[in-house]
Design a protein around this ligand. Sequence first.
Ligand code: SAM
Length: 253
Amino acid sequence: MADINFSKIKKSLNSLQWHFDEMLGIKRTEDVYNKIAKGNKYEYLLNYSSRVGFLRKVVKKLDPIPTSVLDLACGTGALIEALPNLHSTRVVGVDISRGMLDIAKKKFRDYPSVKLMKVDFMKASFPKSDFDLISMAYAMRFIPKGKEKDFVHLVSRWLHRNGVFLIINSRRSYGPFFDKIYTKLYKGFNTEIIQEKKMVQFLSPEFYLVKKIPLTRNNFPFITAAYYFKKLQIKKTTKHFITRVRVKTFQAA
Ligand SMILES: C[S@@+](CC[C@H](N)C(=O)[O-])C[C@H]1O[C@@H](n2cnc3c(N)ncnc32)[C@H](O)[C@@H]1O
């Protein structure tokens, strides 16, 4: 009889439970993530070190290297860990889950430049142009439906005019037919904004897409990519009209 791999079965069951908790939208997101943070199931289930490895490659493409970073929905800190020069970079990570933040806090306890805050990113408040990189990794789906415009406006306000808004987005795809069914089934989160076209469209009043890097790791059925957005600049054309224009191309390697 074949060996039963109990740890693999347990891992699959935990993943399924997490998946359904998010999909159904019955539990609060905060509770879903507090639960998955217990015993750090989160990092175990998603293969944290390979995530950090991918994020390192993504962050390396930024030129110049950011000195002031806001990581939205930072979770246990994968993107923060991927940043170069962490000691000399001012970093703010925000997340709604206390459990996820507690894991991140342990990781960065020797980094006074890293500040972690428990706050809903839709309710956060930062000064204008405060960051030269704002990132959101694997969390676009939590932008509330109907509030996309507000979210985009907040990010645009907090980001420096030459800054980068970096999105790492992962979505399932089984083709257009099944994608439609999936959109109907998922009540728990914003299935629209995670579609690449829609995401670019939602961002278009304030941002333009400069570069996209697909994930090299093969993890079907997820389609994952990093998207680098820059702010459209406001140009005063006449006394009464202002237009938003692309002024600088992104200098990614
Ligand atoms: C899939 S995890 C991604 C975490 C991290 N960015 C990473 O790459 O590992 C999604 C995170 O979004 C957080 N989150 C969801 N909605 C949020 C909100 N409205 N405000 C702040 N954080 C939120 C969850 O608590 C969770 O930690």
